[in-house]
Design a protein around this ligand. Structure first.
Ligand code: SF4
Length: 446
């Protein structure tokens, strides 16, 4: 990696900003600002810094509507908002998807609009940590804050995730390297363990790497639980791991003072899906008969957890909530985005702060090309290619203040550091404008 000269040419430093990238929500960043642009970021990892010092070439700057030739053309805000409001007001089965990279304040407006028109509201959990949320509902959740892990944990286990690549400061800021109240020697006071079929970058720096077979997660965790309950393992090798190693690891896990298990999509998306999470939670419950253990999902987007918390608080359900009968309903496989799109139910799709064009399976994507799509975002992406109306928002945590929830459910205020481009509007303002205009259309037609 080439050496980069530190940035010295800046007008001011905005301290203690929050990174709007991964679920670690690092809130100790300093932005170096010159001429209303962030020209440097201190303390962030490369992922966070590259997003914050965004590539202006990709920025959506003006409202656009697709014309009869299939081209997106610039229009004024009133034209774009009126057209979007008309589509929503006249739709029978609208679906509002995304929300994980915007503020709680914007989600609140989105929920008002959803309830008013009887739409479905859903977020990225539907295709990522949905099995985690289901498992939490099934068997409960031995939760903690990342601060507790920093101060207390002497064993940290990562499974189905590779934080060195996906959440780069997770180890250095919260779990492994920092000195904590009861862990004054930092890394030297902790054992780092990775359970993963792959020799990931996190596995490379771990004290113990357990390479169980692909899709062997459930069997492996089940074997640890059996040992904890005093059973004898009948097979010599379980999920590719010799039984002696499983017994040794289990004993080590019972002897720590405070253990923390972190799991990612590698666990939620192997064959046993939410049952993997069920058994991981049950493992942690069993370990608590011996010593203190906690667990936490490694959430990806900086506010994906915030949406699930917000919607659960407001409606009692975490994602995929359908208001078409006038009251909230939640049924995985029925009211969740991919299933609705595969059944070709939605007739209008609004995507905010997400990129289904890049991530949805073919069948769902095909239906999106056949119905009107409204996009609210700050960047051009595959979803812009299928959007009929584009409404450019602002960058939460850089251009607009807002609230987000870290992966451990701690709410964080994200500061504004610079002014947004004059032609863009705040996400919250856009969604509220849509709500007001939809109301006007509906009331006029009564
Ligand atoms: S670890 Fe995540 S939140 Fe922290 S600076 Fe990196 S990308 Fe941003």
């Amino acid at each position: 990696m080439a050496y980069e000269e530190p940035v010295t040419d800046y007008d001011k430093i905005v301290e203690n900003c929050t990174c709007a990238f991964c679920g670690s929500n690092c809130d100790d960043l300093d932005y170096l600002v010159k001429d209303n642009h962030v020209v440097g970021v201190r303390h962030a990892c490369r992922l966070g810094a590259s997003k914050i010092m965004e590539d202006e070439d990709q920025r959506l700057l003006v409202p656009m509507v697709r014309d009869e030739n299939g081209e997106l053309v610039e229009v004024d805000w009133d034209t774009a908002l009126d057209k979007a409001a008309e589509l929503i007001a006249n739709s029978v089965r609208p679906l509002f998807y995304g929300w994980s990279e915007t503020s709680i304040e914007c989600m609140k407006r989105g929920l008002e609009l959803t309830e008013y028109v009887g739409a479905v509201i859903d977020n990225q959990a539907t295709i990522c940590h949905g099995p985690t949320v289901q498992a939490v509902q099934n068997v409960g959740y031995p939760l903690m804050t990342l601060g507790e892990v920093k101060n207390r944990a002497d064993m940290v286990v990562y499974t189905g995730s590779n934080p060195m690549n996906a959440h780069p400061r997770h180890l250095s800021r919260y779990t492994t390297f920092p000195r904590g109240w009861f862990r004054q020697r930092g890394r030297f006071d902790r054992t780092l363990v990775t359970w993963d079929p792959k020799f990931s970058d996190t596995a490379k720096m771990s004290d113990i790497w357990v390479p169980f077979e692909e899709n062997g997660d459930y069997e492996f965790v089940d074997a640890i639980r059996a040992v904890l309950k005093g059973k004898e393992l009948k097979k010599d090798v379980i999920a590719g791991i010799p039984k002696e190693d499983i017994v040794e690891l289990t004993e080590a896990m019972t002897k720590v003072e405070f253990g923390a298990l972190f799991f990612g999509l590698g666990l939620t998306h192997t064959l046993s899906k939410q049952r993997n999470i069920d058994i991981a939670i049950q493992l942690v419950q069993d370990l608590n008969a011996y010593t203190k253990w906690v667990l936490l999902p490694m959430r990806g987007h900086y506010n994906v957890n915030g949406f699930n918390i917000f919607l659960s608080y407001e409606m009692g359900f975490p994602y995929g909530v359908d208001f078409c009968r006038g009251y909230p309903r939640y049924m995985i496989g029925e009211t969740t985005t991919i299933d609705l799109l595969n059944r070709k139910e939605p007739d209008v799709f609004m995507v905010i702060a997400a990129d289904p064009g890049a991530h949805f399976p073919g069948g769902a994507l095909k239906h999106l090309t056949e119905i009107p799509v409204i996009q609210i975002d700050i960047h051009w992406g595959p979803s812009t290619e299928i959007a009929d109306i584009v409404l450019p928002g602002t960058f939460i945590g850089v251009e607009t203040a807002g609230t987000s929830y870290r992966m451990d459910s701690v709410p964080i205020h994200m500061k504004k550091a610079i002014d947004p481009p004059e032609t863009c509007r705040e996400d919250e303002w856009i969604v509220n404008e849509l709500f007001q205009r939809v109301k006007k259309i509906k009331e006029a037609s009564k």
